[in-house]
Ligand binder design. Sequence first.
Ligand SMILES: Nc1ncnc2c1ncn2[C@@H]1O[C@H](COP(=O)(O)OP(=O)(O)OP(=O)(O)O)[C@@H](O)[C@H]1O
Ligand SMILES: [Mg+2]
Length: 607
Amino acid sequence: MAVRNLTVMPTTRATTEEDRPGKPSGNRSAVRSLLRLWPYVRPVRARLFSAAFVAVVASCVGLVIPLVLKWLVDGPVAERDPAGVWLGALYLLLLGLAEALLFGLRRWLVARPLAGVEAAMRADLYRRLQRLPVAFHDRWPSGQLLSRGTGDLMLLRMFLAFPLTFLLVNAVTILVGVIIMLVQDWTLGLVILGPAVPVLVVCVVFERRYAHAARRAQDQVGDLTTVVEESVLGIRIIKGFGRHRSQARAFRELSRTLRGTELYKARLLATIWAAMMTLPEVAIGTALVLGAVRVADGDLSAGTLVAFLSTALALRWPVDSIGFLLALSQEAATATERYFEVMDAEPESTALSGSADGDDRGLRFHGVTFRYPDAPPGSPPVLDRVDLHVRPGESMALVGATGSGKTTLTALVPRLHEVTSGRITLDGVDITAMSREELRGRVAVAFEEPTLFSATVGENVLMGAADGAGDAELDRALAVAQADFVGALPQGVDTQVGEQGLSLSGGQRQRLALARAVVGRPRFLVLDDPLSALDVHTEAAVEAALRQVLADTTALIVAHRPSTVLLADRVALLSGGRITAVGTHHELLRGNAEYARLMSGEEEDGR
Ligand SMILES: Nc1ncnc2c1ncn2[C@@H]1O[C@H](COP(=O)(O)OP(=O)(O)OP(=O)(O)O)[C@@H](O)[C@H]1O
Ligand SMILES: [Mg+2]
């Protein structure tokens, strides 16, 4: 993994809009995107609707306050009645209290269910990521997936908690407020309504631009996450090659781009904010002057003007916040799209049709052709009509020059990739006709790059066994893999191995991966160069132990060294995408020049 990271430096990896997996489609509607959240929101809809209702009530309670003020000014204040003034003050206090309590109730109603919605969506995303084929993961940078599982989901929860409710609440509040103002005095009301049209226009224009900027920003966060993740995983390579400067430059460039996008978003927000603050402000000022003149002339009561202006002021927040709420909704729509890009990706296909044919036992490749889905069109396939039969109980070594497609061929057996044409059978049953569980229960694999998880040694190895496998199996597997170093670890098999098992040596990791492959006593064993990191003596010891396991297992073993090849009953030579020779090691050494060269050249190229 780390080596690949160096060859694919993040500067070239930073995806552009064009080649990004699942790039955004040009015309899409925010509402339509957000509606896709409904299945997740459905279970908490009752709470969400009651919360919205409570918020509407709370907001309307706030609008009663100006009416009480009017009564206070025109009544007790005008008549100089202290008792009445106190009573009015008490009403105002109670109304304010009720408003605050109701908003508190709303928050209480939504907090817990929405955390549940976020958790459910995250669990679904994780499940989907596990089920997506290897080809998907080859294509998608991990940071893009990480950022979807964290940042985007948080945006969605915030959206459901806040903008969703308040867009509704504010709309209702503004409507009720405007009606109240028109009823108080319709001329002043029209003055206040004046700026509505320009504000709406600004909103629509802004919404479109903001949507694009939001999408760009969220994708750039994904790219940035990828760089950070690769730098952390590849820290040894980066330090070893002194690449921290170029890595830092890549990071700086991406974060500068992101900063640019965020600033652009801020400028857009500032524009709309300016429009939404200034225009209503001017309207309120105008209404104040006009109203004051009319109160002086005696054709408007002071109380009405007070009520009118305080209603207008009460509407200030709902109006001002709309820009901000729309911005949040846009970001949520983008996050929803990004989320569903992953959820909509095709998972590994399930069983197709297929049947056992006759006495076709063992592991068999029938005219298998394979081409990587992202290979350039027109390029030759990696595997070209491969026919290979590993008889039951037999171990077959697979030999070929580097890059000849050995790893690719082994990955087809557990269906990490799907064959382009042809088929693979296990004991005569097409692997596409089995369920994934069944297939992966029969076939055990160990790859070139031994990956260990952040867990104990024992847990890492037992991952290869059926549930309920115990210490006996664990010990046997460790013995086969000659992993006696485990005994010397601080807590033996209970020792935690770090992220990707970095605290173990390469050979130690390989032996644990091998133990994982053999622990479940699989019927079919596929080993991709499993002993490459071992010294000659350890290799010989592993081979001796492995020979016993291989006695009753059908195995396909990728090998580079004659010593590993000798483990196998027969050898197949992969060359130019085809199996060009099959036979015993000695037969091929004598009869096949390419094979002889591969086997004898080993010392020269350092294998
Ligand atoms: N995920 C991938 N997407 C596209 N092409 C790939 C992918 N993985 C490998 N290839 C290409 O397929 C070809 C065969 O690769 P493969 O890893 O199977 O070789 P190999 O025989 O295992 O080599 P080695 O002996 O070095 O392990 C190579 O040309 C490689 O570039
Ligand atoms: Mg390989």
